[in-house]
Design a protein around this ligand. Structure first.
Ligand SMILES: O=C(O)c1ccccc1N[C@@H]1O[C@H](COP(=O)(O)O)[C@@H](O)[C@H]1O
Length: 194
C-alpha cells in the first residue's frame, strides 16, 4: 500500500517521513486545524524536497481560485478536497485533485467508484480526528482505487492488507502532539503498511 503522511509542518518531519519510505506528504491549508501551514511556509519545505514524492495540499471549504493559487504558490502536486464540493468546482481546478468521501454509511464508500478517492470516517468537525471506519463495510468491495484514512496507526495498519487498498493516509496516529510527527511511529506505520 502507498502511504501518505499528513499534517507536515516542518522540513525535518517531511524528510523523516520520506526517509522512512512515504510516497506522499500532506500540507493542511485549513486555518482551523492545529496542523495548519501557510502556502508560503509549505513552499519553503517543498522546494527542498527530493523528486518523486507527491506533495498534497489539503482544503476544506475553499473555492477553486484559492485551491489553484495556494497549490501554485506552495508547489503542491495534488489537491485533497475535504468537503462536498459542487461538481463545477472540480471543472475549475488547474491542479490534479482527489475527492474525499466522509463516509457515514456503508453505501457511501461506493461513491465515485471509478475514480481514485480518499475515504475517511464521517465526523461533525473536519479533520485529523482519529475516528475509524468499520472495516466490515469494505468486505467484497473493490478497494484498488481507495485510499483509506481515519484513525489509522502503526498497529492497526497491518490488518488492512487483505482489502487491497491503493493506499493509506494518516495524521494523528503518528504524532507526538498535534502538528508534530513522532519519527518512530512514522517509520513503524510505513513499514507495517508496505
Ligand atoms: O489533519 C488535519 O488537521 C485535517 C484537517 C481538516 C481536514 C482533514 C484533516 N486531516 C485528514 O483527516 C484524515 C484522518 O486523519 P487521522 O489519521 O484520523 O488523524 C486524513 O485524511 C488526514 O489527511
Amino acid at each position: 500500500m502507498r502511504t501518505k503522511i499528513c499534517g507536515i509542518t516542518s522540513y525535518d518531519d517531511a524528510m523523516s517521513a520520506i526517509d522512512s519510505g512515504a510516497d506522499a506528504l500532506g500540507f493542511v491549508f485549513y486555518e482551523a486545524s492545529a496542523r495548519y501551514i501557510s502556502p508560503r511556509d509549505a513552499a519553503e519545505i517543498i522546494k527542498k524536497l527530493p523528486p518523486f514524492i507527491e506533495k498534497v495540499a489539503l482544503f476544506v471549504n475553499s473555492d477553486a481560485q484559492i485551491i489553484n493559487s495556494y497549490c501554485q504558490e506552495a508547489g503542491a502536486t495534488l489537491a485533497q478536497i475535504h468537503f462536498e464540493a459542487p461538481l463545477r468546482l472540480y471543472e475549475q481546478l488547474f491542479v490534479p485533485y482527489i475527492k474525499v468521501i466522509r463516509a457515514k454509511e456503508p453505501q457511501d464508500i461506493l461513491q465515485y467508484a471509478n475514480e481514485y478517492r480518499l475515504v475517511d470516517a464521517y465526523c461533525e468537525t473536519y479533520g485529523g480526528s482519529g475516528k475509524r471506519l468499520n472495516l466490515d463495510w469494505f468486505d467484497g468491495v473493490d478497494c484498488s482505487k481507495i485510499i483509506l484514512a481515519g484513525g489509522l496507526d502503526p498497529k492497526n495498519v497491518s490488518s488492512l492488507k487483505k482489502y487491497g487498498f491503493y493506499g493509506v493516509d494518516v495524521s494523528s496516529g503518528v504524532e507526538i502532539s498535534q502538528g508534530k510527527k513522532d519519527y518512530k511511529k512514522v517509520k513503524e506505520f510505513i513499514r507495517n503498511a508496505k
